[in-house]
Design a protein around this ligand. Structure first.
Ligand code: NAD
Ligand code: IPM
Ligand code: MN
Length: 357
């Protein structure tokens, strides 16, 4: 049978709670289906590691990850360390350098749960957000001069390259092609931003010619937030810059039901490097250690990881189990239920058990 080696990086906050739940569920799935085996190796990077060693991750972080087939990540960020230190120490030290340039964030309403929108059809929201994940506002270019003076100046330079835009645009058009509606919305801000955003528009038009079967349109990001709320059923696949899609993906998750169910895949579509899978949400300080974190976002992220590794059938089966558990009303507080992380995890494992009968 096929064997996979996965780096598990639970890190901070509710990260360890949801990653250990996902490891339980995926291990159970492998044992039940018997079509593949999967081995998770715990990697202790994160804030505790930083406090002990002075670094969020080992210096050879990229080589360590390259010795695995994929990585499952929890969340990084702690209340007593500045967020830019923790995030650039770990997560952002991986995404850009490994060129995981496509961040895929599907969003949908699960059975047994509801979108808070009155404007959404009976089936709820079903969108595919594609986030450029290697450049833009996250390029890391910028600096500060005259520190501490009232004339201090800081720059935060957004970098957009033709190559970077073209590859994510092709990825997004290709992704749109696989969806029933074959519809793509390109999000920019090419009214006030007259360089990089105009290049985005030009590349979108150029790439679109190679995808005559995909219908597409353009939105300015501010108006896009209104469209997401007022005409959610008019949207399908959405592509945008690193920062725009960071913001829109939290909004999308909340509109679909909860940030607690939103997964993300950080993909290297060339498959030169291993890809990294993680929930969209963060450390959730307000519920850390309470045992109430919704593990579904991490279950779904792990399911996407299985599909990326070639186990499409395992993904479908796992998602079926998660759907049945939601439909049965085993929901955490963020979805209006009373179940704990462990209750949901056990219910999904019980559903997996039934697959083997
Ligand atoms: P957050 O996503 O951690 O929390 C926002 C709200 O959503 C909170 O009320 C939280 O309780 C709730 N929530 C999040 N995940 C949930 C889940 N699985 N189940 C139920 N409720 C959930 O966002 P934040 O408060 O802005 O960030 C907290 C920390 O996490 C910061 O340090 C931030 O930088 C970091 N962060 C890390 C990542 C990552 O590593 N991928 C992502 C986002 C934020
Ligand atoms: C996300 C997170 C990260 C991002 C932060 C924590 C750096 O919000 O994955 O959505 O902005 O990409
Ligand atoms: Mn985010």
């Amino acid at each position: 049978s096929r064997r996979y080696k996965i780096a598990s990086i639970p890190a901070d906050g509710i990260g360890p709670e949801v990653v250990s739940a996902a490891i339980d569920v995926v291990s159970k799935l492998a044992k039940t289906l018997k079509t593949f085996t999967i081995e998770f190796t715990h990697i202790p990077w994160g804030t505790a590691y930083y406090k002990k060693t002075g670094a969020y991750a080992d210096e050879n972080v990229l080589d360590v990850l390259r010795s695995y087939d994929a990585a499952l990540f929890g969340s990084v960020g702690a209340p007593d360390v500045p967020d830019h230190i923790s995030l650039w120490g770990l997560l952002l030290a991986i995404r850009g350098p490994l060129q995981l340039y496509a961040n895929v964030r599907p969003v949908r309403t699960f059975p047994g749960t509801q979108s808070p929108l009155r404007t959404v059809g009976a089936k709820g929201i079903d969108w595919l957000l594609v986030r450029e994940n290697s450049e833009g506002e996250y390029a890391g270019h910028g600096g500060r001069s005259h520190r501490g003076q009232t004339w201090e100046t800081a720059t935060e330079v957004a970098i957009f390259t033709y190559t970077g835009i073209e590859r994510i645009m092709r990825f997004a058009f290709t992704a749109a092609q696989t969806r029933p509606r074959k519809f793509l919305t390109v999000v920019t801000k090419s009214n006030s931003m007259r360089n990089g955003m105009v290049l985005w528009d030009e590349v979108a038009l150029k790439v679109s010619k190679d995808f005559p079967d995909v219908n597409w349109d353009k939105m300015l990001v501010d108006a896009m937030t209104v469209r997401m709320v007022n005409q959610p059923d008019s949207l399908d696949t959405i592509v945008g810059t690193n920062l725009h899609m960071d913001i829109l993906s939290d909004l999308a998750a909340a509109l679909a039901g909860s940030i607690g169910v939103a997964p993300s895949s950080n993909l290297d579509p060339t498959r030169k490097n291993p890809s990294l899978f993680e929930p969209v949400h963060g450390s959730a300080f307000d519920i850390t250690g309470k045992g109430v974190a919704n593990p579904v976002a991490t279950f779904w992220s792990a399911a996407e990881m299985l599909a990326w590794l070639g186990e499409e059938e395992a993904k479908e089966k796992l998602m079926g189990c998660v759907e049945r558990v939601c439909e049965a009303g085993v929901l955490t507080r963020d979805l209006g239920g009373t179940a704990s992380t462990k209750d949901v995890t056990k219910a999904v494992c019980d559903e997996i058990e039934l697959l083997g009968r």
